[in-house]
Design a protein. Sequence first.
Length: 269
Amino acid sequence: MNEIILLIVFLAVGFFAGIFVGMLGIGGGVLFVPLLYILLPFTNIDQSNLTYIVLGTSVFAGSLASLSAGSRQLFLKNVNVKKAALLALGSVISSAITPMFVVTVEPIYLKIILVIIISLIAAKMLFENKNEDVEVKKHHLNNYYLFIFGLIIGALAAFSGIGGGVLYVPILIYLYSTELKRAVGTSSVVVALTMISSTIAYASQQPVGEIVSGQYGYIYLNAGLPLGVGSAFGALFGIKLVTNSSAKTIKKIFAALLFLVVLKIILDI
């Protein structure tokens, strides 16, 4: 495929994915990963490393998108800083360590657990009748459990190339009584830090096989940069949409996206 066409495709899809990043507090990996599986074979990367380059490039692009969204959410004061710090502390540690084992460990059991958890969360959000714009359920675990949640989700995120927002947001809503838009804002910051940590880890790995121009470790910048730049701008647009949307509408969109995540993970197993 022509390099110019690939560049345009990466920019366009990045912008589209960025809208969801801004609206939902995710990293965009749910869209980046399948796209990269389709398009990277048209590039000159070593195809024997395709899976690992897909994951590394996805977290790099997602780090740019979520950094854009997280910065904007901080400016809008939509972030619970204490909760974000505790989640991020755990997720940064595990997401930095996990990529070192991704190339040697079969993550099928983690993926099965992830499919079950996400399916339950999606079903709860999709079929819930109460208007969460008016009422937030009064559940609140000890804040320090957030560190443990961060450790677990950070590892899962690094294994899957997805930022973890699909889990951070429901945890903040259902276990910490966080209003949805504030949960999205808090998740955006945590996802940014998680994906930056994973990016550094994937970039520092030494791939087996050929390393092509524009490749750093398991990150292919020729794809990741246009994806990330496009999604960074899309994220700002997504934040505007979420500001003007009801929590009920956002939840339905989020639930649909969760089911797409489940489908993607099942296809990868």
